[in-house]
Each structure stands twice: as C-alpha cells, then as structure tokens.
Design a protein around this ligand. Structure first.
Ligand SMILES: [Zn+2]
Length: 329
C-alpha cells in the first residue's frame, strides 16, 4: 500500500512537472514600452511644486532602479505657476537627468477633436519650448508626440493633416495599446492620501492592479485576433502620486504576465504600427481598437471599469470640485 501511494505521488509529481514545463514553454515572450503622460504631473495645477518634486523623485527612482526605459509626455502649460516655474522646470529636468526621454503632449492638453486643427497645431508648437531646451542640453531631440485624450481627429482629412503636420515638425506619433485608466484611480487615490485614509488607498491600489491585469489579458487576446500575434505593446500611464507610490507593483503585474521592458523606439519597430488605420471618432481610443475598427470589427467584451471608483470619483468631483471626473488621458 505504501509502495503504491509512493508511485502514485511520484507519477503525480511527474505530471505536474510536465504541465509546469509546458506552461513555461508556451509562455510568450511579451514586450512592452512604458509611457507616462501629463508631465510634470496630472494634477499639477492643484499640487505645490514641492509635492511635484517629491512625486517625480519617487517615480523616477523606482523606474531607474528597475531599469525600465520610459518616455514622459509634457504639457508645458503646467510649468507656469507664478513663483514655482523654476522648480517645476527642474522636476522636468530630472526625467532627463535620470536617463529618461521627454516627448510633446501639447502645451495645454488640447484635444484635436475639440479645438480644431489650427488651434491644435499652435498648441503643439507652443508645447515645444522648454522641453526642446532641456533635451538639446543632453544632445537629444524632441521626436515623440502623444495626442491628448488620444483624440486623433473626428474625420479622416483632419487626422491625415494633423499627422502630416507632426511628421513635418519631426515627430513620430506615440500610439498606445495598453490603457487601464490609471488617471481615474489616481484622482481618488490623491484625495484618500490627502485625508490619510489608508484603508481606502489600499482598496484603490488593489483594484487598480487587478483592473490593469484584466486589461492586459483582454488586449493580449484582442491583439492576437486582430494583428495575428501579440505585438510589442505600448502602455499608457500618467504622472501621479498613485504611480509614484505603486508603479513597482504594476510592473510586477506585467512581469508575471511574461513581459520584459523595451524602449518606445524598439516597440515602434513592430510592423503592427504600420497596419492600415482609418479610425476616426469623437472618442479617442487605443491602437488595437483602431486596427480592429479599420478591419470592420468592433472589439467586444472589454473588462468593465470598477463602478465604485467611477461613482466615488463623481461624488468627489461634485462635493469638492477638487478632482476632475472627466478623462484626462
Ligand atoms: Zn494626457
């Protein structure tokens, strides 16, 4: 009896090992480039410069320690707070000093779909001044552009004209394929942190990590369906206290899914980013949606954003006017 049970457990161990090996072998080599928008900080108009510096130091420290290449996209309007301009520019300078790259996200975070082509082009140009100086000092070029709200144009003519304008000014558009709406969690987290509500902070973080994991899983499946394989992905995040405090945990979620971290330049070398893309719409969205819709397919079954986070954000906005319930992308 003892001998039989030994054999059974031996066989069981062997089969488990085989299953484990198969799972390991099947694990795809996933790659992702991390991008962070709304620099120097999403809520820069409500945060004092000292907080922005602290947030930036913490965020960049983690990313540098973990050797994760990042491009940060700047809204220079956020630099012009009387008495704080120098310190705010210094926070931006830190990104380059730490070895990261900066791109343009327009001066005032203007939506191409809202302000029209001419005003938007002016906003792109106005958004270049400080960033260009900082990059030039490090012999770097301003070469990436990210559309605010991911709004790429309401009609194809505007979209193509805007793209031609960006190319003319030396930009490569930075698409995104992974987006877990971290800005929405970040607003609520900021408020909970201010009130020292650690229980709520922990709840928000748990939900933020779980939702991102679900989004990653969904986009991996969708990209296989639409592109035919999982392309080098591009993740959209936002400069916030939530990311400063917890980006390391989010990077662990990616690692667990088999991802390694690559530069935006490397990601853009993937042929997927040359796929036909005729997407136009009132609402900005990610590029896997662009490609799907260009193929006449409507992506379905995306994970639902946690309702309580939406509701709490709305309540907060109504009661204090402190945190925007509108998308900030
Ligand atoms: Zn943005």
């Amino acid at each position: 009896m003892r001998r039989i049970s030994f054999s059974l457990s031996f066989i069981l161990t062997l089969s488990l090992a085989a299953v484990f090996c198969a799972a390991q072998a099947a694990k795809p080599d996933r790659q992702v480039a991390v991008t962070i928008d709304d620099l120097p900080a999403g809520m820069a108009d409500r945060l004092p410069a000292a907080d922005i510096t602290a947030l930036t130091t913490k965020l960049l420290g983690t990313l540098r320690d973990q050797k994760i290449p990042v491009v940060g996209f700047v809204n220079e309007k956020k630099l012009y707070k009387p008495g704080e301009v120098d310190q705010r520019i210094k926070a931006l300078q830190m990104w380059i000093d730490y070895g990261f790259e900066l791109g343009n996200h327009t001066f005032s975070h203007a939506s191409l779909n809202q302000v029209g082509l001419k005003a938007w082009e002016d906003d792109v140009i106005q958004g270049e001044n400080v960033t260009k100086i900082l990059l030039t000092q490090h012999k770097m070029k301003l070469r990436y552009f990210r559309h605010p709200y991911l709004d790429t144009g309401r009609d194809l003519q505007t979209r193509r004209q805007a793209e031609a304008f960006l190319v003319e000014r030396g930009y490569r558009i930075a698409p995104i394929t992974l987006d877990g709406w971290d800005w929405m969690f970040a607003g609520l987290y900021e408020d909970a942190k201010k009130r020292n509500d650690t229980a709520l902070q922990a709840q928000i973080v748990k939900e933020y990590l779980a939702y991102h994991d679900a989004v990653f899983a969904f986009q991996e499946q969708l990209s296989t369906k639409i592109v035919g394989y999982e392309p080098k992905q591009i993740l959209l995040l936002h400069a916030s206290n939530l990311e400063a405090d917890h980006i390391g945990e989010l990077m662990d979620v990616l690692r667990k899914r088999g991802y390694r971290f690559i530069t935006l330049e490397d990601a853009l070398s993937d042929a997927a980013y040359s796929l036909p893309d005729t997407y136009v719409g009132e609402e900005g969205t990610g590029w896997i949606d662009h490609w799907a819709i260009s193929q006449g397919k409507i992506p379905q079954g995306a994970p639902k954003f946690p309702q309580w986070v939406m509701d709490r954000t709305k309540e907060l906005h109504l009661s204090t006017g402190q945190v925007s319930a509108e998308p900030t992308y």
